[in-house]
Design a protein around this ligand. Structure first.
Ligand code: SF4
Length: 215
């Protein structure tokens, strides 16, 4: 990353961190993935059961392997084949009551809001109530000015890239934009805006990383 790009990433990242703090979140800026991983691991108590949301960013940190090596039980539904619907449902259900829920966010506004759209709801559910602690790791590419641009980012960037990854083909893939589809293949089903740290979480940590991570 050149020096101007690094400056911009740090400036946006730190602005988001300050905005998140004003809304009750514990927020930090990490220069890179390695630093973010170290910060996240430090926040996970020994023996904690960890749930992992559907997130390319979290898998990119290689944190799941490290947690298991340390003896943590990690609930990762991406390890269950899509065909095994019941097992996937039970694991996603169990994620809701873990000690720590580790995930990213589809978008984070410069006002300090976390914005997400789910197809199943397990991730947005665990981000709002259930686990004792949440750790959200997000690259600066997820930062947007406001709620409107957050929804636009999700539907115009996160959805097509995730659909490509998952070999899904809702109409936005062909149209190149959201057409507010009304079909069973719709992946945008549940929208969540977290405007303030949800009260039952002992801690809600958001780590903004000065790199482009995930979608
Ligand atoms: S077309 Fe459907 S699946 Fe695609 S972004 Fe719009 S609502 Fe989501």
């Amino acid at each position: 990353m050149d020096s101007i790009t690094a400056w911009f990433a740090e400036d946006r990242g730190k602005r988001a961190v300050e905005a998140l703090k004003k809304r009750g979140f514990k927020a930090f800026y990490a220069e890179n993935q390695a630093q973010a991983k170290e910060m996240a691991l430090k926040e996970i108590p020994p023996g904690a059961v960890v749930g992992v949301g559907g997130s390319v960013t979290i898998r990119g940190l290689k944190v799941i392997e490290e947690l298991r090596a340390k003896g943590h039980k990690v609930l990762d539904h991406w390890e269950i084949p899509h065909s095994n619907v019941e097992e996937s449902f039970q694991l996603r259900r169990a994620q809701q009551t873990t000690d720590v829920f580790l995930t990213s966010s589809n978008a984070i506004t410069l006002e300090g809001q976390l914005v997400n759209i789910d197809g199943s709801g397990n991730r947005v559910n665990a981000m709002t109530f259930g686990p004792r602690k949440a750790i959200v790791v997000a690259g600066v590419n997820k930062i947007v000015p406001d709620l409107e641009s957050a929804i636009r980012r999700i539907k115009e960037i996160a959805v097509p890239m995730n659909c490509k990854r998952l070999h899904h083909s809702p109409p936005c893939m062909a149209a190149g934009k959201c057409v507010d589809c009304r079909i069973p293949q719709r992946v945008c089903r549940i929208t969540s805006i977290i405007e303030w740290k949800p009260p039952f979480f002992a801690d809600y940590l958001v780590i903004i990383v000065g790199e482009n991570l995930g979608f």
